[in-house]
Write a protein that binds this ligand. Structure first.
Ligand code: GUN
Length: 299
């Protein structure tokens, strides 16, 4: 039976550590502050934003909530971002995606101060990640690496396969694995012989958005499997959330993340971690030991 990587308890430990750091920073002046911007009424985004704000407050930080109507113009949003960039109480800015169609997301993300870009989506942070020179790392990939760190001591030379080439997960997680000196293959929708490529993987990170894509006979015995997928399916009478991996077929894997309860809780915990990190950096406070394993290469 594969070992379960318990994202809930790993995320709870991370949140507790972040809370200690936030409390320390608050004692020395101001608590870290996170601004979350939601444009429009997308129900899934509303749920995510609510949990982000709740977790921020629970972690001893200040949350600034900004809701704009769907009709808000791109200029309205850019003006809000300019105000948040200039606001010293705000250490992190997150603009919930997707944005309504009339707003250019790239332009908006580019307008966020890279030092406050807790999503790690600004081109400066993307560039820093690919150059291995620090910066803020996108939350889900950071969470994947923290989960892998609980089961792998030495990444050097391991074969890693990433399924999915998105800017939010696939590409940044590939960069992080490369930084650890894995031999990394990134696969995508046009990849041929996917099962064969996956069979070579010691580490498999799946972010395809396709329920049950990865079957048991694709996975090498002993491999570590990180399932980033969140798919809502109807199973008979019931609605369930499942990952991109056929979880019931993973007995022979070394370790596997469940869905829910694997990568999901890590994403918000890493957002809090990034906010404290941004706060420390903006206030020229030293980083805390133990951070540096995942944030390897940080200046
Ligand atoms: N929408 C879905 N995932 C994310 C994320 O990680 N960050 C932001 N800003 N929006 C999202």
């Amino acid at each position: 039976m594969a070992d379960l990587i318990d994202g809930e308890s790993i995320a709870a430990r991370l949140r507790a550590r972040v809370k200690c750091e936030a409390t320390e920073l608050a004692a020395r002046g101001t608590p870290p502050g996170l601004a979350v911007v939601l444009v429009g009424e997308d129900p899934a985004s509303q749920v995510y934003v609510r949990s982000k704000l709740r977790r921020t407050v629970e972690a001893g930080m200040t949350s600034f909530e900004h809701r704009l109507p769907t009709s808000a113009s791109q200029d309205d949003l850019l003006q809000l971002i300019a105000r948040l960039n200039a606001d010293d109480r705000v250490d992190g800015i997150l603009v919930q995606l997707p944005l309504p169609g009339h707003i250019d997301s790239d332009l908006v993300l580019d307008a966020i101060d890279p030092l406050k870009d807790v999503d790690g989506f600004h081109p400066v942070n993307v560039g820093r990640l690919s150059a291995g020179t620090g910066g803020l790392i996108p939350c889900t990939p950071l969470g994947c690496m923290m989960l892998l760190d609980t089961v792998i001591d030495d990444f050097r030379g391991l074969k890693a396969v990433v399924i999915g080439k998105s800017n939010i997960v696939g590409k940044p997680v590939a960069m992080l694995l490369l930084e650890r000196e894995c031999t990394v293959t990134v696969t995508h929708i046009a990849t041929r012989n996917l099962p064969e490529i996956v069979r070579g993987a010691d580490i498999l990170v799946v972010a395809a958005g396709h329920a049950g894509l990865v079957r048991g006979d694709w996975v090498k015995p002993g491999a570590v499997v990180i399932d980033v997928g969140i798919n809502r399916i109807v199973d008979g009478e019931k609605r369930r959330i499942v990952g991109d991996v056929a979880f019931d077929e993973m007995d022979h894997a070394g370790s596997v993340t469940p869905v829910p309860g694997g990568v999901g809780p890590m994403t918000i915990a890493c957002l809090l971690e990034n906010t404290v990190r941004a706060a420390r950096r903006r206030r020229a406070e030293p980083m805390v030991a133990g951070d540096e394993a995942v944030h390897a290469g940080s200046a």
